[in-house]
Design a protein. Structure first.
Length: 332
């Protein structure tokens, strides 16, 4: 089955960020950039950046994943306060980012510590331009520290285009294309595992349910991060799961309407944002679901399944395949 969004993701990155000719070596560019430079275009306009940046600050955790995958030297990153900053789902397996300097909260809306950003002496800053424009509003202050490129982020489905765009900013387009091939290969492998064990993936109906709180559950649509991966594998979704409220990538429901999340296989997501969530399912309203009665409920980590980046995507594809191929234990 073809992956129609593969070419689109790379094309979007190439169109949004076009690297122009180098500006020579030894001359100082904007923001005091020295040495060989390139001009790239981001959401904030054209920016002259180092041709080979050595100390990159990223203000969005999916950007961290993209920069690390592309081989950049990350000097500072966005992260959660305390602990390891919640960085593990945005890094290669086995790494937790303990040595990375956290210069901003994980939210694009606030929390950038300009003093910390300056202290790590970046030669390039990569941020995101979200709907509320918080980082765009700080652009003058960031540009006073280092050349700053803002990339548009429209939602959790943005990760593939974002990876391509970061590749353009860093001048590592070839590596971005290799990363894209890694993902498409992982999806093809997941599809093959499912087909061998259970038959045509298009006949395997799955539901992706996030436990948001004690009052709210969210059904992930095909426009979400995990929903997009399920779509790329070619898995079927229950009727009504392709629609989102107010253009969002999820459908908000109460537990009283939990039956709307039912499917042949149900993936239940919970994570650090809801630590009191149950780990097993069967009593109360859960007992009314066919997936529960059939033993086809799988508990997965939303910190990964909602992480919207390359490393997480590889893991989600593998975990979906493991469940549908009978290689994983249900949460009952």
């Amino acid at each position: 089955m073809p992956l129609p969004r593969t070419a689109a993701a790379l094309a979007a990155g190439a169109a949004a960020l076009t690297a122009l000719a180098g500006c020579g070596s030894g001359a100082a560019g904007p923001q005091g950039v020295e040495g060989e430079t390139r001009t790239v275009s981001g959401a904030g306009g054209e920016v002259e950046v180092p041709a080979d940046p050595q100390r990159v600050v990223v203000l969005w955790r999916p950007t961290l994943a993209a920069a690390v995958r592309l081989g950049a030297e990350v000097a500072g990153t966005a992260g959660d306060p305390g602990g390891d900053g919640g960085l593990a789902p945005f890094l290669p397996p086995g790494e937790d980012g303990a040595g990375l300097e956290i210069v901003s909260t994980s939210s694009a809306e606030d929390g950038i510590d300009l003093e910390k950003v300056g202290a790590v002496r970046p030669d390039l800053i990569i941020g995101v331009d979200t709907e509320n424009g918080a980082q765009a509003g700080m652009l003058p202050e960031l540009e006073a520290i280092a050349p700053t490129v803002l990339l548009e982020w429209t939602g959790t489905e943005s990760w593939r285009g974002h990876l391509a765009e970061v590749g353009e900013v860093l001048g590592r387009q070839d590596e971005a294309e290799r990363a894209e091939r890694e993902y498409t290969d992982a999806v093809a492998e997941a599809r093959a595992r499912i087909e061998e064990a259970a038959g045509d993936p298009a006949e395997q109906e799955v539901s992706l349910l996030r436990l948001q709180s004690a009052q709210e559950v969210r059904i992930e649509t095909p426009d979400s991060f995990s929903g997009g991966i399920a779509a790329d594998i070619g898995l079927a979704r229950p009727e009504g799961h392709a629609e989102a409220d107010a253009g969002r990538d999820f459908i908000s429901e109460s537990y009283e309407n939990l039956e709307r999340a039912d499917a042949g296989v149900l993936f239940v997501m919970s994570g650090s944002g809801y630590p009191e969530a149950p780990e097993t399912f069967g009593g109360g309203v859960w007992s009314e679901l066919d997936a529960v009665r059939d033993g086809q409920v799988y508990a997965v980590d939303y910190d990964v399944w909602g992480a919207s980046n390359h490393y997480a995507a590889l893991r989600v594809a593998d975990e979906m395949a493991a469940a549908l191929a009978g290689e994983a234990d249900p949460a009952l």
